[in-house]
Design a protein around this ligand. Sequence first.
Ligand code: ADP
Ligand code: NA
Length: 330
Amino acid sequence: SDRPRALSGIQPTAGSFHLGNYLGAVRQYVALQETHDAFYMVVDLHAITVPQDPADLRANTRLAVAQLLAAGLDPQRCTLFVQSHVPEHAQLGWVMNCITGFGEASRMTQFKDKSAKQGADRTTVGLFTYPVLQVADILLYQADAVPVGEDQRQHIELTRDLAERFNGRFGHTFTVPSPHIVKETAKIYDLQDPTVKMSKSASTPKGLVNLLDEPKVTAKKVRSAVTDTGSEIVFDPAGKPGVSNLLTIFATLTGTPVADLENRYAGKGYGALKTDLADVMVDFVTPFKERTQAYLEDPETLDSVLAAGAEKARAVAAETLAAAYDRIGF
Ligand code: ADP
Ligand code: NA
């Protein structure tokens, strides 16, 4: 393929993806299938950096794959696989660990946040080197573009630094990738506290929209979203973070420019906006939930998608790993 390469990964979290994952990342995965030679994976190696239950991990990995398919990934147009099915990730991960500075890794803000949450006694070395494994994930596929949300920007910077370092020391081996961050949806906020990003670990239950919640529950969360003082519906992220977040979600899910929404709701008040957005959300999550369920009920299809994906991914990853091994003297 003469298309540029795209690569991204998503964790197999319990329950379901949330709206931030979908708008910030998965939507871009779907779009880039059309323009890129795209590789997407469920990153189960990353999931074991925090305590996990084996049966849950197995189920959550399949659930993540089912959701990616339900969101619109098409195995005929992209390569969809599970990270642990391709052993080259761990192999190149080790190489990358050996060219990463300890201080450099210590500066990763996600590690600082996550390790603070785990506590020192429960923080693993795996959690510490997770961004370096992510570097290997990306470089193995010679990716040009990495679709992610804003919170991943620092990790993509590390990827660029390590690719350039390796290339400089050992000769050109890796493509230096760029983050593909869609500004409008790079950071979706908690519905109850629109100053913090929506996240599985930090959001309050009412502020977190899980894509597989009962649609009724989702509608209720949207209708009870925190808005701001005043009553005017204008896009002003600094002054009106709550309303601006709702406008972003509404605009993206319906393909309507924010300015058109501002006009439509001029003089109408927050209640009307929230009621209509609740309907939009229900129309989005209802078929999503049905499609996810259908994939889960068809394990043969899921297995064959993943087997074919792993084979395609491995062909690319093995070639890159062989080149890297050769350059470093193995
Ligand atoms: P989480 O951040 O909830 O732990 P992941 O780390 O698996 O989930 O993130 C998967 C993708 O979703 C990443 O590309 C990340 O940048 C993106 N993402 C996560 N939360 C948000 C958010 N609130 N807004 C936009 N994108 C997000
Ligand atoms: Na994240």
